[in-house]
Design a protein around this ligand. Structure first.
Ligand code: KG4
Ligand code: ZN
Length: 353
């Protein structure tokens, strides 16, 4: 026990479609993280089916937890605190994680620590590094549900600089991937399709929303739809975009890759430029890029090329949802005195600030 942080902390993340458990040493080092991502039931629908997600979490959580303890070589009875995501996220999915965590904490008679998933994404920048981001930092959180620029003054000290006014960046990736027949989850599929072409004749719009740090991605989605309608003709595009079928790329057909690349270029350029501008405007000493979309190779490389401000982008497995980041944010919350007995509730609409 150091500063109230136990030697071994167990963290649980089930807010969306990843069932993840991590074991942290001294509230700092994620020794073992086991994650199980749900793909099959959601792929058929091109998006997450909440009822299926919570059922799969319930089936997976116990064995994922056992595997994480096994990998860390830590016994259940050595766990000194349990941290769990309480929001934001899908209610049914959050409930499975919270009730499992509550049972563990109650049985072990250890503190139960509520974690904000978005603070978890920020905390990811402090994992696996000797020295974390210098403060103040500007953090871009880009995930399936969120696109937010946050000023980070320290653990628990956040100020919202801007956010998306409509779709999250990851949501746009997922929707455009669906239009292109690339399946779910869309982000990795778009990245792969874009990598298969060298160039694209298409330029899609950028929503700059000048003078703000806000974002908008719904117009881009509509522009992709129009582009496909123009290229494919009314009948074929109605069939595809109506959701009855998916576009079947034929050999030598570069359309999918070219549209994917144009889309990625548009999203990445806006994310990079607005993040760097915001960091400069507030005099940030470092930049954090985190959340599922931060796993994107183009975003990572363009971000590196765009700024000399020290940049912290967690490894891809720490960008997408994982319990290691929840464990670290849980340790921060414990240090703030937020360990909360066993009377916790889920907060599906929870905000960062
Ligand atoms: O953070 P995350 O795992 O879950 C949420 O909190 O939402 O983010 C998931 C999102 C999905 O929209 C997924 O398509 C996107 O991150 N994503 C990517 C990549 N990998 C995951 N987007 C672009 N490129 C990727 N390589
Ligand atoms: Zn997330």
């Amino acid at each position: 026990m150091r500063n109230g942080i136990p030697r071994w902390l167990l963290a649980i993340e089930t807010s969306c479609d990843d069932t993840s458990v991590s074991i942290l040493r001294d509230g700092r080092e994620a020794l073992a993280t086991v994650s199980q991502t749900q793909v099959a039931p959601h792929a058929a629908y091109g998006g997450i089916v909440p009822e299926a997600a919570s059922r799969i979490h319930a089936e997976a959580i116990d064995s994922v937890c056992g595997a994480a303890l096994g990998q860390a070589g830590v016994g259940m009875d050595e766990i000194g605190a349990v941290a769990v995501t309480v929001g934001p996220g899908l209610p049914g999915s959050l409930l499975v994680g919270l009730e499992f965590a509550r049972g563990l904490a109650f049985g072990l008679r250890v503190p139960l620590v509520p974690v904000n998933h978005l603070e978890g994404h920020i905390a990811a920048a402090w994992l696996d590094v000797e020295e974390g981001p210098a403060l103040p930092a500007v953090a871009l959180i880009v995930s399936g549900g969120h696109t937010e620029l946050v000023l980070v003054d320290g653990p628990g000290r956040y100020r919202m600089l801007g956010r998306t006014r409509d779709d999250a960046a990851g949501e746009a990736f997922d929707k455009v991937a669906r239009m292109l027949g690339l399946g779910f989850p869309g982000g990795p599929a778009i990245q792969k399709a874009a990598e298969e072409v060298n160039d694209t004749p298409y330029t899609l719009p950028r929503a700059w929303l000048r003078g703000t740090s806000d974002f908008s991605f719904s117009g881009l989605k509509t522009a992709v739809r129009r582009l496909l309608e123009n290229r494919l003709g009314p009948d074929e595009s109605a069939r595809i975009l109506g959701g009855d079928g998916l576009y079947q790329a034929v050999d030598g057909d570069a359309l999918v890759g070219q549209v994917a690349l144009a889309f990625e270029e548009s999203v990445v350029e806006v994310l990079v430029r607005k993040t760097v501008d915001a960091a400069r405007a507030v005099g940030a000493r470092s930049i954090i890029v985190t959340g599922g979309v931060a796993a994107n190779a183009r975003l990572r490389s363009e971000m590196r090329a765009a700024t000399s401000i020290p940049l912290f982008i967690p490894a891809p497995a720490r960008c997408t949802d994982n319990a290691a980041m929840i464990g670290l944010a849980g340790a921060w919350a414990m240090a703030r005195g937020e360990a909360n007995g066993t009377r916790l509730e889920i907060q599906p609409g929870m905000r960062l600030v």
